[in-house]
Ligand binder design. Structure first.
Ligand code: 5GP
Ligand code: ZN
Length: 138
């Protein structure tokens, strides 16, 4: 997908309406059209980058700074006791819109959102193996 047929590029360009939470030169944030909880907001770079690891680090810095500021405002406005920040990357991880975005999802105790965290455990030697492999690629 390129920026011409990208829904978030169109929102950033003002061609498609949104419930805008925040905007500056490089970032726009707006309410998710299908919220997981009230106040669920998407924080999006105006430039078109499909995946987080393709986004320049200075822009990621700007983005995450906005995420923190916006998350505090959302929590204050909704009475949330906490929030999740998610960046789905790739189809396997649930990414549907191929333009980098952070979800900020306000939470209250017992709300049932993400109620199951599928924690597992490593087999013998598996952690060491994956650790070495990751470090090699950095
Ligand atoms: P992803 O699964 O790619 O991380 O999430 C994409 C998100 O974008 C979804 O939560 C979806 O509801 C939201 N979304 C998709 N199209 C639109 C739209 O046109 N406007 C708004 N505000 N949100 C959208
Ligand atoms: Zn885009």
């Amino acid at each position: 997908m390129n920026s011409n047929d990208c829904i978030f590029c169109k929102i950033a360009a003002g061609e498609i309406p949104c419930s805008k939470v925040f905007e500056d030169d490089s970032v726009i944030a707006f309410l998710d059209i299908a919220p997981v909880s009230v106040g669920h907001t998407l924080v999006v770079p105006k430039g078109h980058y499909e995946e987080l690891d393709r986004c320049p680090s200075h822009l990621l810095g700007d983005l995450i700074g906005c995420v923190g500021r916006i998350a505090r405002a959302i929590a204050g406005a909704t009475g949330a006791e906490g929030y999740n920040v998610l960046c789905n990357t790739g189809r396997a991880a649930g990414q549907v819109v191929d333009h980098v975005h952070f979800h900020v999802i306000p939470r209250v105790s017992g709300d049932g959102v993400f109620s199951h965290w599928p924690a597992g455990e490593y087999e013998k030697g598996q952690a060491e193996e994956v650790l070495a492999s990751i470090c090699e690629k950095l």
